[in-house]
Design a protein around this ligand. Structure first.
Ligand code: FAD
Length: 416
């Protein structure tokens, strides 16, 4: 073992975080628990998945198809990481608009990334249907509103490039936005190919499906070190055990491998609410996700129980989400913005929560082999498309483990 191939055993393998100081809305919903072993049923497997959030769940569903021996471990109870906090707007619209991404990585790559994101949403919706997952998965459209960050001119450029890319986008001016949606904004884009779901039920449902095909889930088990071991990977655990796997996939969310720290991504804080309207909501709202291109941005959607789920107010601090005063102030601000945007009156939120959140400079995730660690892969599906990116990650890593190359793997590889 060389110093390059060994992780630093003196530091934590991942940076541990308090992922949700406050109880998220989905924590109170049914069908989110998963049967699991409390001790390792065996110390070897073909594939070890570290993490039982949406990334680990989709990874398991994709990998448990070919007679492989797959084990999933988590240091928390299953489905208790960031996926429990997600507002689950399953958008293909990447946080960085297509015409902005084009400037960052070139037109060909930007278009491929957006097309892949669109395809991932479609295939995730299909998968949930095919598996008959009871998770409120609903195809939706997106209403993308001009704001102080992207005005009408930028939306025009965006709609034009999406048309070139074959990605559905209908540009509306102020008058049409007002007529169709009753919203006073300078412009908007209406698009197909989005969805929403209960993220915890989606995650748990996928894990249960994979369990039906042989997946073993073990919790609590914390992986503390990763070492090459003669073509295999040896993972040590916090309780002094060793798991030997042929391949290891870190789906550890915002508690990512320290060796993957980079100026190209950062952890920030975000806030969200679930709230019941006092007055009738616009009739179009249940079928849409709404995103306002402002800084800070605002987003919202409806859930099946008639609540409005909304979020935003991001702050560039990895700790701000822990502050109770900010929880009240930032979520009150989200309430006021939703009321003003939709012209509805809201009750006080029945759930307010805050959490760490990830950003990358391109809005794209990092997915692929971990540099310097053979047969170890990681998924960092950052940003407001974390769920969509988890689907892409499952496809990219399944191909890599099967000895194939995904056509878009280059878009998501870790910075050298
Ligand atoms: C408030 C909020 C709103 C969001 N809204 C959206 C949205 O609308 N749409 C969208 O697509 N995305 C959204 N996201 C992002 C999305 O939810 C995340 O990208 C996604 O849930 C991350 O899933 P994951 O499986 O990677 O991580 P997690 O769900 O956090 O799972 C990782 C698991 O790994 C475990 N783990 C970590 N380290 C170890 C270790 N060393 N050993 C064992 N286990 C370990 C953790 O305990 C954890 O359970 C939102 C996120 C937040 C916080």
């Amino acid at each position: 073992m060389t110093s390059e191939t060994r992780t630093n055993a003196n530091a934590d393998l991942v940076e541990k975080k308090n992922l949700h100081e406050n109880t998220s809305y989905w924590a109170k919903t049914p069908r989110i628990s998963v049967r699991h072993f409390e001790r390792l049923p065996s110390q070897t497997c073909d594939i070890l998945i570290v993490g039982s959030g949406i990334s680990g769940a989709l990874m398991a569903e994709h990998l448990c198809n070919g007679g492989r021996d797959v084990m999933m471990v988590d240091r928390r109870r299953p489905v208790r990481g960031s996926s429990l906090d997600s507002t689950a707007m399953i958008q293909h619209e990447i946080d960085v608009p297509l015409h902005v991404l084009k400037r960052k990585i070139g037109e060909e790559k930007a278009i491929r990334a957006w097309q892949r994101s669109r395809d991932a949403v479609r295939s995730l919706v299909d998968l949930a249907g095919k598996l008959d997952l009871d998770c409120s998965m609903e195809p939706k459209r997106t209403l993308y509103l001009a704001g102080d960050e992207l005005g009408p001119r930028a939306l025009r450029a965006e709609a034009r490039l999406r048309e070139v890319a074959g990605i559905d986008a209908r540009l509306l001016d102020r008058a049409a936005t007002g007529t169709e949606f009753g919203i006073d904004r300078a412009a908007s884009i209406v698009s197909q190919d989005s969805a929403s779901a209960n993220p915890a039920q989606l995650t748990a449902g996928l894990i249960r499906t994979a369990q039906g095909r042989g997946l073993k889930v073990v919790s609590p088990i914390e992986i503390t070190d990763v070492l090459p071991a003669g073509g295999h990977v040896a993972c040590s655990t916090a309780d002094g055990q060793l798991i030997i796997a042929r391949h290891v996939v870190f789906c550890s969310g915002y508690e990512f491998l320290r060796r993957l720290e980079s100026p190209k991504h950062s952890i920030i804080s975000t806030w969200a609410i679930a709230v019941k309207p006092r007055s009738a909501v616009p009739s179009w709202l249940p079928g849409f996700l709404v995103w306002e291109a402002s800084d800070p941005y605002l987003y919202l959607r409806m859930s099946g129980d008639g609540s409005i789920i909304a979020g935003g107010e991001d702050e560039d601090s990895a700790e701000a989400f822990d502050d109770p005063a900010r929880l009240k102030a930032n979520t009150d601000r989200i309430v006021s913005k939703v009321e003003a945007l939709l012209g509805v009156s809201l009750y006080p939120p029945h759930s307010r929560w805050a959490a760490p959140f990830g950003n990358t400079t391109t809005g794209l995730p990092f997915i692929g082999p971990v540099p310097g660690l053979q047969n170890v892969y990681a998924v960092m599906g950052f940003g407001g498309n974390g769920i969509t990116f988890s689907k892409i990650a499952a496809e990219v890593i399944k191909a890599a483990i099967s000895g194939k190359k995904d056509r878009d793997a280059d878009l998501f590889s870790f910075p050298a």
